[in-house]
Design a binder for this molecule. Structure first.
Ligand code: F6R
Length: 241
């Protein structure tokens, strides 16, 4: 059974997601984090809760889902920059204990193996935050005939490059490869918190919540097989389901 929580708008959705996150933090040691527009509001709420002393990240370690390949270090659209800017710089986490995957080029398979070893050495992910692509991708696991279990290097689809072009000056600047946790590693997390808002995500969320199929053509449907998933959405998305 997937739990669904609806917030009236993006702000309320972000608050409700932060409450689920804060509750899970009571027993979590390893946080799995996502980037993208969707969780930004939740990270802001968590930073405010941390500043008020309601939650602490001092004992936390984190692993991120993915990272572009080929952006120079410190690039404003890198996911490491995003995490520092949106969360880590505003909370009491030890940045040395935060991990974002990094591959030096599209053939850097060793980086993938090392990232999975790192996750295993931390004892696995307790709470995994996810967003979802318009095409149903989770992390950068794009719709395909088969999906990777482990961390791997992914060629981004045109649809994902189009969706992410809004963050770059021009579409040609969007990297074409990324390193991404695989769906197996995501499914190994003890608890999953998926956030989605707006009509454009309705088809993917409909397939997860209302469809009967589990299909690699819509990777988010794999979450039907996970025993502990909470989906937080806004009313606009709920109305479009
Ligand atoms: C980001 C990630 C992606 C995003 C997805 C939705 O770390 O793994 O799967 O969650 O592309 O992105 P937004 O939230 O920008 O719509």
């Amino acid at each position: 059974m997937i739990r669904v929580i609806v917030g009236k708008d993006y702000d309320e959705m972000s608050k409700k997601a932060a409450e689920v996150f804060a509750k899970a933090m009571k027993s979590a040691k390893v946080l799995g984090l996502a980037t993208g527009g969707t969780p930004e509001g939740m990270y802001k709420e968590l930073a405010a809760m941390n500043q008020k002393g309601e939650i602490s990240f001092q004992e936390m370690k984190s692993v991120n889902l993915d990272e572009y390949i080929g952006l120079p270090e410190g690039h404003k659209e890198s996911y490491r920059y995003f995490m520092n800017d949106k969360l880590f710089d505003h909370v009491d986490i030890d940045k040395e204990k935060t991990h974002v995957p990094h591959a030096k080029d599209k053939n850097d398979d060793a980086a993938c193996v090392e990232y999975d070893q790192l996750i295993d050495s931390l004892g696995g992910v307790d709470l995994q935050v996810l967003g979802v692509g318009v095409n149903g991708h989770i992390a950068f696991n794009e719709p395909d005939n088969e999906l990777n279990y482990n961390t791997s290097i992914i060629k981004l689809t045109d649809s994902t490059i189009d969706a992410n072009a809004r963050f770059f000056d021009k579409r040609e600047d969007v990297p074409t490869y990324a390193i991404s946790m695989g769906v197996g590693k995501i499914m190994e997390a003890k608890e999953i918190l998926l956030l989605a808002n707006g009509k454009k995500k309705a088809e993917a969320i409909r397939q997860l919540l209302k469809g009967d199929k589990i299909t690699t053509a819509c990777p988010v449907t794999l979450l039907k097989l996970h025993p502990n998933v909470t989906v937080v959405i806004d009313e606009e998305l709920e109305g479009a389901l």
